[in-house]
Design a binder for this molecule. Sequence first.
Ligand SMILES: O=C(O)CCC(=O)C(=O)O
Length: 332
Amino acid sequence: MVIASGPRVDVQRFHDEGYLLIEDVFDPIHDLDPVVAEYEAKLDRVATQWASDGTIASTYADMPFTQRFARVLNDAGNTGYRPFDICLGGPFRTDEPLEASMHAGPAVFDLIRHPRLLDVIERLIGGEILSNPIQHVRIKPPEAMLREDLTKRNTMMAAVAWHQDQGVALPEIDDTDILTVWFPVLDATVENGCLCVVPRSHKRGMLLHCPSKPDQSFDLRIPDEIRGAGGFPVPMKRGSILVMHRLTMHSSLSNKSDGVRWSFDLRYQPTGQPTGRPWFPSFVARSHQDPSSEVHDWHDWATLWEKTRLRLAEDTSGMKPRRWTGQEEPCA
Ligand SMILES: O=C(O)CCC(=O)C(=O)O
């Protein structure tokens, strides 16, 4: 195995605690500001399209990003977040471009493949690294600016309940060495809804997850009586990353501030292991054994998602049911 250089990674601490906070992985101006600019442009395109087809009342073009995003989401309702996430969410339709179904752009792709980020991952799982398709951007306007039904139902816009990432993927992932990498685009604080973790919780094994509401299969939580006590918020400066074991219990707070809470949660694993979402596309982010297998161009990454979109619009029968039925004790 090639041992990478890069940020200092306390591998032992990661295995002991189940998470690792590493500062200064990204350069905020060079690496994160382009993502903000890419999303400002995306919001402008989406708002212009939706104002012209009547989905929203106005383009809200005179507003700053946070207020504009909140107004667009409020007008568009529960599916309004779809064009912004970096993963496909249903409904899958043949008559819709990728641009309207999710976001795939160069600044985001550069983050997913950032060499300093991959150096950290390499220290933890080795140098054959697959980018797992369970990935999201969460741009959460202040809760006070959003319609209540959005903050109650949508985990991209609202607080997220305690869970383990292994618990929200298919059982095929149970032996995959998958890592979650969470990082803020703007500083994450207790007030604006940073992440919370329970140290050493990965040593408890996988815990029961219940749907948070009877009709919900994505928004899962570990019931309080199983979760027990412990856990604390992890405020983070932009540029830092938090790496978590797949069994580390985590949640996030609500955004009580007057600014946006903006983060990415990405996942990486050794190439060749199951991803937990076999119907979505993964790609080789780094390979020392076969560098030619790496995907370097964001257009190629977008094409993988576009082909997936077209396939799912024709046929979703390959999408398997979730791990939990909601009928387990004590969910039912
Ligand atoms: O960013 C958040 O609010 C929650 C993220 C999360 O739960 C995850 O990455 O699994």
